[in-house]
Design a protein. Sequence first.
Lengths: 257, 330, 261
Amino acid sequence: MHGFATKTRFFLNETGSLSRFTARFFSVGVKPRYEVKELLAQCYIIGYKSLPLIALTAFIMGLVLTMQLRPSLVVYGVESKLPIMIGIAIVREIGPVITALIFAGKIASSIGAELGSMKVTEQIDAMEVSGTNPYKYLVATRVMAATLMLPVLTVLGDAICLFGAYIGVNMHTVTSYRLFIAQVFQDLTFGDFLPAFIKTFFFGFAVGAIGCYKGYYSSKGTRGVGNSANAAVVLASVMIFVIDLLAVQITDLLGLN
Amino acid sequence: MANETGNNTRLGIFVLAGLLALIMAFYMIGKNNNLFGSSFELHTRFPNLNGLIVGNNVLFAGIQGGTVKSIRLISDTSIEVTMTIDDKVRTFIHKNALAAIGTDGLMGNKVVNISAGKGASPLVDNGDMLGTQKMVSTDDMLQTLSTTNNNIAVISAELKATALRINQSAVWDVLNDRSIGKSLKTSLKNIAKATANASQISLAISNMVTRAGNGKGALGVLLADTVAGGDLKSAIAKIKTAGNNADQMTANLNALVLKIDKDLTGGKGSLNAMLKDSVIAQNLKKSMDNIQKGTDAFNQDMEALKHNFLFSGYFKKLEKEKAKQQNKKN
Amino acid sequence: MKAADITEDQEDLNHGEADVRPVIVIEHLYKKFGDLVVLDDFNLVVKREENVVVLGKSGSGKSVLIKCIIGLLKPDKGNILVFDQNIPLLGHDDLDRVRTKVGFLFQGNALYDSMTVRENLEFPLRRHWIDFSQQKVDELVMEALNNVGLPHTVDMMPAELSGGMLKRVALARTLILKPEIILYDEPTTGLDPVTAREIDNLIIRLQKKYHTTSIIISHDMNCVKNTADRVVLLSGGKCYAQGTYPDFEASADENIKQFFE
């Protein structure tokens, strides 16, 4: 019973400090001066350098999804609906969530480890002493970069995923790419696309903020750095699903579904 | 520093690629929703939407021409549908164009079909109200066919009975009455017309069925449904029998009329005696009425069938050929 | 540094009217982490161009003390006056202004390992005075590196340098803003005695050159002997004893004696 109480307290404490940490982004991060150069550098690292990994996983996802869905659709005689089904699945859910999860695995851990080791080696203190707000310089830029880059990655990932699906469709029948794309977009509406697109900003924000939080409050030692990287990935992944749940409820309430 | 510039360039390419993909996606979706490109609105009113919803496609002459923008209930038998139509088809839609609700494929979404009306008419303007056309559904078509069959069956049965009775009894005197002779003649004409119609239709149907057998045409889809196909087949068979019956009857009647003519011109007295039998005379009159009614109904059914979209092509072809022949004659 | 030098320095201080006022005044400083009391009514006054060594065992709160001075940690109670500004009460911008005059040499050097030596040195320059010309920045970077004798490392990454070189680069970065006060957090810890000696000498030389005031945290008696004008023993969160190095060497106090064993 005692252990439970301690854990609950720890959980609440952690939630509170994470919220406070995140809130600082809006109070500190949005004020000048803006660390544009560091933001661009982070966008390059977080966005551009994640593309090959995202592209590979998205391609495989599209291909596998198509091959898995086809037999069931053949049974019901609606094989011709394969492109639109895959299109909706990818655009609405699989594209954003898979991309975000891969992104969390790569980015949350690297941010967590980077900031963790900077914390342990006093680089964050050194920055503060050098007249730089480390929150602004390190955290705000990374959170911002993750928030801005994940949507870009998701859109590209969706496109690559659809290309994988196209290859999957073409394994059994011959379809031109134009026809495939026309079929995919035939029944897609902005109600499918926009909520899915908007939620990726929140995914990116969560990944960035949690990675930074775990790194920023990393405990001393190499073990602490490893732990914070690990905890960042786990928490960020869970957070993605929580946001996804919230997003679907909100879109439902707004009648966008 | 050069390295950093390179990184920024790559980042720029990356972001632009993402932006491009985003714009493409917006465009592709927007194209279907008519958010981009200039468009205008048309209205129409249907008594029943059959499941048409906002966002369904509007087809003009079978091509994508717009989408359903809104649906508004006016009264219990009137629903106004507002359609957003692409500007690119504006120059082809005239004010007398007709809108109808149809289905995109066998199991697909509902669509609004806009088809060109007959005759000349000015082009539509933004906000115009289009007339509607009842699309004959498969069910309606089969129902019409069965009514036709029933009618033909009734006619042929009564005609047969009458003809037999006339043949058996020596009631020729009855026919001294000229009015009866006249109505008989009209009836004969009607029957001839009916049989011609019937044979045309059965030809059209068999034509369609052969095309359907080859998997062509709208019927091809329909006939995949074996129940509907069976119905249709039996319907066709019935029509054929009815046609044959009618043929026979016409021959009988012809013979009868010839006889009557002969009797009348020959001035045989037995007919006069016959006419005193008022019961027979009344029966005969009734029969004639029935024949007239039956043939009228049959003709109406045939007209309706002619306008059915399934057969429209065939009849158009016939008309064309007729026109051609007439041109040749002239 | 012998006692004679100290008196000379102190006399200098007493002569100049402006120099009389101390640059750092610490009054009744309290700081605890959870239940652990680290600083308990600590008082210290540091005069201009004085080298004060704070001596203490590991975990005695030495690092906490200088982190409070630079504003990295907030004390629970007490005043820290640096150039007459009370550090714990300062807002972010004012704190930044004070920090341009206070250098801090971290125990682990804290060089940014994702940047080259040049970028490391440029960082505080670019942060504090954004409107420096590139030429001026380059000049200052090379001057700082020449001061520590490592101009050839300018385009190397920190990972490529040895421990002693890292310490010197870190020192160069601390000095690049020409601070009036430098806080050294265990400058010779983890270095071999020869390198440690070099670093000590470098600290003394640069202190003479730029007339800085220093607080040096150490438990390395060689370092203390080489650099200290005055030694303060931090024990039990209080200023346990203070005096010159010879005073400490001659002391019979158990707490002091154990540092010489």
